[in-house]
Design a protein around this ligand. Structure first.
Ligand code: SF4
Length: 88
């Protein structure tokens, strides 16, 4: 199983979708279209290796029907605390 990028989530609004299909072409693992051509979200949590394609899909969507929310958590700073000997 592919782990999603932390905090990176997609939303799609079929009521706004114009059925252009750009999202499916950009990221077929994340989007599909129903019988009317409207967007169907296949995965709300974006896997790490789909991040660039998810961004492309959002950029290419002509109607603003899809959005990407959240940001990957920054790596925890290395304070060295885990290497200190136990205190008194
Ligand atoms: S690119 Fe946008 S308008 Fe086109 S199918 Fe996908 S969500 Fe709908």
């Amino acid at each position: 199983m592919v782990n999603p990028a932390p905090g990176l989530r997609l939303a799609a609004d079929a009521d706004v979708c114009a059925g252009a299909g750009q999202c499916v072409r950009a990221a077929p693992e994340l989007f599909d279209q129903d019988d009317d051509g409207l967007v169907v979200l296949l995965a709300a949590d974006v896997p790490e290796d789909s991040r660039a394609r998810a961004l492309d899909a959002v950029d290419l969507c002509p109607s603003g029907a899809i959005a990407l929310r959240g940001h990957p958590a920054p790596p925890a700073p290395d304070t060295g605390a885990d290497r200190l000997p136990p205190g008194p």
